[in-house]
Design a protein around this ligand. Sequence first.
Ligand code: AQP
Length: 332
Amino acid sequence: MTRVLSGVQPSGVLHLGNYLGAVRGWAADQHEHDAFFCVVDLHSLTSDYDPAALAGRTLDTATGLLASGLDPEVCTLFVQSHVAAHPRLAWLLECTATYGELRRMTQFKEKGGENESVRAGLLTYPVLMAADILLYDADRVPVGDDQRQHLELTRDVAIRFNHHFGPTFVVPEAAVPAVAARVMDLQEPTRKMSKSVSSPLGTVDILDSPQEIDRKVRKAVTDTESEVRYDPAAKPGVSNLLDLLAAATGADPASLAPGFTNYGGLKAAVAEALVELLRPVRERHLALAADRAHVVGVLAAGAAKARTVAGPTFERAMAAAGFLAPAEGYSG
Ligand code: AQP
C-alpha cells in the first residue's frame, strides 16, 4: 500500500483554500493509502505568533481536520512537535540543502526574504517540511499548488542524501488536485487565499455561517465587464468563482460559464454551493469542539503510531550519515 503524508499549519480554523486544495483530498486518500496527516506546529515559529494561542490553535486545526472527514480509525493524525524525530532529522537535511536553493524559494521571497531581520527559520522551514515527509517514507504528498516548489526541494534533498550516504529515503511525488489547486482571495483574486495575508472578506473559513459565506461571495471582486467567461489571466475574479463552483459541484469551470448571463447569478450559485459544501463540515466541527478530550486522545494515539514509523527512519538516516548510535537507542 502506498504511503501518503501531508500537513497543515496550526492557523486555527481551516480556510476554503486549505479545504479544497488539500484537506478534502486527504479524506479521500485515507481510504486508498496508508495515510499520515499532521498539524505542523513547529512551522509557526517562522513568523510572529502568539504563544498563548498556539496550543488552542493546534487543537482547533486538528478539530478542523476531523470535521473535514479525516477518520482516526483509518488514518494517523498527529502533531508534529509530539514526534521528536522531525526537528532532529531536519538538522541532518539542513546540512544537505544549500543556502542558494533555500533562498530561491518563492514563499521565502514573498514573506520578506530580502529583509535582514527575517527569522532564519523562515529560510530553513522547507527543510523541516522535507523531514516531515521523508520520515514517513511517503510516496505521495497531496498539497495545494503553492507547495509544489517545496516538494521539489524535498525530492532534491532526498536524492542528494541517498547519493552521498546510500539509499535511505523514499523520493516522494506531489499530488496536486485538478480543480481548485490554488484558491484565490475573494478580494484580491491575483493572490492565493491565505490566513496570514488575506483580508477577512477575502477568505472563507470552514466555520463561516451560511450568511457570512453569502456575504463574502456577493462582495467578491470581479471586473468591469459583465460577461461570465473562464479566463484566469484576464478575468481572475470571475474565474476564481467558476473554479469554486466547479470544485463544489464536480463540474468543469469553463463549461459552467455559459450557464450564467451576469455576475449576480454566478455569485448566487457559488454562495449556495459553498454553503451546502461546508454545512456538514461546520456542523461536525461545532460538535467536535465540544469534546476537546476526544481530539486530544486522537492526537495522542496518532503520535504514538507516528513515532513507530518516524523513529526507525531517523535511526536509518543517522546510521547512514555515520553517527555513533547511543547504546540505549535514539528515543530519549
Ligand atoms: N489558497 C489555497 N489554495 C489551495 N490550497 C491551499 N493551501 C493553502 N492555501 C491554499 C494548501 O493547504 C495545505 C495547508 O497549507 P498551510 O499549512 O500553508 O496552511 P495555512 O497556514 O492555513 O495556509 P495559508 O493560509 O496559505 O498560510 P500562509 O499564508 O501563512 O502560508 C497545503 O497543502 C497548501 O498547499
